[in-house]
Design a protein around this ligand. Structure first.
Ligand code: MV4
Length: 494
């Protein structure tokens, strides 16, 4: 949907591809043309390079925008596009490969003078080498898969005796997940913040940074809420990180849109925070709207123009940041069942709008959310003059939003937005786990009062039904008795 919108504004016809279960998807309804590419299993459709290129050639497409999932960081796909004479809207395969290997990326960053977390920039050759390096840089350390990213194949070791089992576990997981058991070691940064810099570069050697995004609010390596700018970054730090990010892009001879992820230290004593290169995402990211809102740019249009060979239409000094944007990722997942995916039919949908609200959605009323893919439904983005303004607009928008038929995580955002630590910008990558643990009762302080009232009401209803003989108390035991009462009780307490 995001790419279709950019194309339409540029006067470019769009072509959607879809798997069997996505026949009725919003992007299929809205694109100028749409073609089926196979069954639900991604290997047979959205990851099938041959079938996608076959459609592209048959419909006469000039270019392919890979979105932000599936093949978007796949160097083989970028190469196959080039070989087929179709422009891949993204960087070259060589840049993707450089960043795909985390050890190679670290070597390149060291050469470019970009700070990396202390550790090894080549795969570990033995447990003894791991012990030597860890002893030198100090515990705790992290073992990471060179082919990894996003937390897969990552292990923590707090001491020398935890190191060997952690190394073996990381190797094992890396081999199974990526078919490559190369593992390297980094000093563990405690309670880091996850901050990323958006870059744009053209095919003529020009590169700019577009400020940062604060992405510390995550759960199990899945981002939940992102904002720009970060409440923890001032102009001097933004500039240092931005200039480092541009050095990364130049070192990789990178072009198109990219994001450099950094870990940022806590600054207990010394005011100067440290930042360390973590990895580079060689694609547009889900959370790009917050950068669009504070810069006034259309990143997807710019991606298309860059791919068409144009020069960047502005310089670094022309980029200015204004206001605050906060994105909430609305997922079809069940908060009462450990945030498990909750697919199904959307029986009713009322969407928010109005000042400072952007809703990037892929769903509509009557559509059935399939179980086959990531259950991200929509991104609700609030924009305001400052953080408090953006928060109040989002709170208002969440009151307007109504989704029925499926479970969603919207209540989680209402809790985050109301939380004191969030409002005062006290964020790190442990924030969300702390919030969820501290509020196991859903954050309600009045839960025991509600339970007492519910018990009294139920006792009263029970005695009334016995007198009235209305059939809710049949005497066949609990299984039959008052399913509606149980439903009401569960709803009242959840
Ligand atoms: C780390 C780290 C602490 N120290 N590396 C997690 C995903 C992957 N991209 C890198 N990750 C981390 N690497 C060192 N040396 C802590 C994390 C981490 C994390 C990073 C970003 C956002 C959320 C996170 C949650 C847990 C751990």
């Amino acid at each position: 949907m995001r790419v279709i919108r950019a194309c339409r504004e540029l006067g470019i016809a769009s072509v959607a591809v879809y798997s069997e279960v996505d026949r009725a998807s919003l992007h299929v309804l809205k694109a100028d043309e749409a073609y089926p590419i196979g069954v639900a299993a991604a290997n047979e459709s959205y990851l099938n390079i041959e079938r996608i290129l076959d459609v592209a050639q048959r419909c006469g497409a000039d270019a392919i925008h890979p979105g932000y999932g599936f093949l978007s960081e796949n160097a083989k796909f970028a190469t196959a596009c080039a070989d087929a004479g179709i422009k891949f809207i993204g960087p070259r395969a060589v840049s993707m490969e450089m960043m795909g290997s985390k050890t190679r990326a670290r070597q390149e960053m060291e050469k470019a003078g970009v700070p990396v977390v202390p550790g090894t920039s080549r795969g570990l050759v033995s447990a003894q080498q791991a012990r030597d390096v860890a002893a030198k840089i100090g515990y705790p350390v992290m073992l990471k898969a060179a082919a990894g990213g996003g937390g897969k194949g990552m292990r923590w070791a707090g001491s020398a005796k935890e190191l060997q089992p952690a190394l073996e576990a990381a190797r094992d997981e890396a081999l199974r997940a990526f078919g490559d058991d190369e593992v390297y070691l980094e000093k563990a940064i405690l309670n880091p913040r996850h901050i990323e810099i958006q870059v744009l570069a053209d095919e003529h050697g020009n590169a700019v940074y577009l400020g940062e995004r604060e992405c510390s609010i995550q759960r199990r390596h899945q981002k939940v809420l992102e904002e720009a700018p970060s409440p923890l970054i001032g102009p001097a730090m933004r500039r240092r990180m931005g200039e480092a990010a541009v050095r990364v892009a130049k070192a990789a001879e990178y072009w198109n849109a990219g994001t450099i992820e950094f870990l940022v230290d806590r600054d207990e004593k010394n005011q100067a925070k440290n930042f360390y290169f973590l990895e580079m995402n060689t694609r547009l990211q889900v959370e790009h709207p917050v950068t669009e809102l504070i810069t006034g740019l259309d990143l997807v249009q710019l991606q298309i123009q860059i791919a068409a060979g144009r020069k960047l239409p502005f310089r670094q000094e022309d980029v200015s940041l204004r206001g605050q944007a906060i994105e909430c990722r609305i997922y079809a997942e069940d908060p009462d069942n450990n945030y498990f995916p909750s697919p199904g039919k959307i029986t009713m949908l009322l969407t928010p709008a109005g000042p400072g609200i952007r809703l990037d959605s892929g769903v509509y009323e009557g559509w059935t959310v399939p179980i086959d893919y990531d259950p991200l439904l929509a991104k609700l983005v609030g924009y305001g003059q400052d953080r408090a303004h953006a928060v109040s607009r989002l709170e208002r928008a969440f009151e307007e939003l109504f989704v029925a038929g499926i479970k969603t995580n919207v209540a989680l955002f209402q809790r985050i937005l109301a939380d004191e630590d969030f409002r005062s910008g006290k964020l790190d990558t442990g924030y969300l786990e702390r919030l969820l643990r501290s509020a196991a009762d859903g954050g309600r302080k009045d839960v025991s009062n509600i339970a007492a009232i519910a018990a009294a009401v139920l006792a009263l209803l029970d005695s009334i039904s016995k007198v009235a003989g209305n059939g809710t108390s049949t005497g066949d035991g609990d299984a039959h008795r008052s399913g509606w009462k149980n439903a009401a009780r569960t709803e009242g307490l959840s």
